[in-house]
Design a protein around this ligand. Structure first.
Ligand code: AHM
Ligand code: MG
Length: 328
């Protein structure tokens, strides 16, 4: 089944309206353009070069960050979204006055992996449009109407869910020009796992609950978990997340003592929230250590948050460590 057919059927069943269908179609076309650009990286330009700009988060922008955002804006114009919230812009970008939706995006996730031939992607969260620009930015993750992300890697893929159904579906871009075709449905993250994803180079900077979780984990078979674990870390949230949705695991990007990371590294509105909706729909969990990501009310469009998601039993374990620390 093509993405086109899937969206038409979702509309027929009342899971998506015309605005939502138009926005997801536009994002899929944008993703194909971004994919094409990435496949030409180094042939006619260097997309990993820093272009001198600093985004709203203080990160230096690479050519592909900016180009991806431009492509997304171009395709969303005139579709069902009233405004775009983007990692690359301080404020919302107005799109279509008549649109009933707000799209929040990380146009290019995994910027440090541009030009090294490692999977990167585009993350999106779709929210209702009501109120002014500020109100758009500050909606809870539970208000999301749909969420998903694209990966640009050995294969170009899309994972998607709607608030109105419990189905998490995946699509793969057909290299022979047939667009995105469905490759999976009813995705479920197993409750337990032996695989975790964390950047352990920051061990010394972590706070106690994460250090304790890690010590117990690394104690393996002879420790409290009674099993040996494997570690994977791509350094692109989309790629680590794709793996977890395919074969399970837990992802951890905690807050730590480094300056600027005291409340986490990843962004709530356009990184953690869409991943959290997908995770919950797939039977997993997503937490900030103390509670569900989706229950947080953002205070700022670019707010950072600790993110733990994946296998429910492991997310529970990390929450227990945080709660225990609070009780001590
Ligand atoms: P980005 O949106 O600027 O690419 O930053 C987010 C990325 C995530 O994809 C990834 O999980 C994380 O940053 C990697 O961070 P680190 O380099 O600290 O391991
Ligand atoms: Mg990102």
């Amino acid at each position: 089944m093509s993405l086109h057919e899937f969206l038409a059927s979702a509309q027929e069943q009342g899971h998506a309206d015309a605005d939502l269908v138009s926005v997801i179609r536009a994002l899929a076309i944008a993703a194909q353009d971004i994919d094409h650009l990435i496949r030409r990286d180094g042939l006619d330009e260097n997309l990993g070069s820093e272009i001198g700009g600093i985004n709203s988060d203080g990160d230096s922008q690479k050519a592909l960050d900016v180009r991806s955002e431009e492509i997304i804006i171009n395709h969303l114009e005139g579709q069902g979204a009233a405004a775009l919230l983007s990692e690359e812009q301080e404020d919302p970008i107005p799109l279509n006055d008549q649109g009933s939706l707000i799209v929040a995006v990380d146009p290019l996730d995994g910027s440090s992996n541009i030009s090294v031939n490692v999977t990167i992607g585009t993350i999106f969260s779709i929210l209702p449009s009501h109120g002014d620009a500020k109100a758009h930015s500050l909606q809870q993750g539970r208000d999301q109407i749909a969420a998903g992300f694209f990966t640009y890697g050995p294969q170009t893929t899309l994972i998607l869910c709607f608030a109105k159904t419990d189905d998490v579906v995946t699509f793969t871009l057909d290299p022979d020009g047939k667009g995105f075709l469905m490759t999976g449905e009813g995705l479920q993250i197993p409750t337990t796992t032996k695989e975790f994803a964390i950047n352990s180079a920051y061990t010394n900077h972590w706070f106690k609950p994460v250090q304790k979780w890690m010590t117990d984990t690394l104690d393996g078979q002879s420790g409290p978990q009674g099993k040996d674990y494997r570690m994977r870390w791509v350094g692109s949230l989309v790629s680590d997340a794709w793996r977890i949705f395919q074969r399970g695991g837990i992802f951890l990007y905690p807050a730590d003592r480094r300056q600027g990371n005291e409340t986490g590294r990843l962004r709530l509105v356009y990184e953690a929230n869409p991943i959290a909706l997908l995770a919950e729909k797939a039977g997993g969990k997503a937490s900030n250590g103390y509670g569900a990501i989706l229950d947080m009310t953002p205070e700022d469009l670019h707010q950072r948050v600790p993110l733990f998601f994946g296998a429910a039993s492991e997310v529970d374990r990390i929450e227990n460590e945080h709660n225990q620390e609070r009780d001590d």
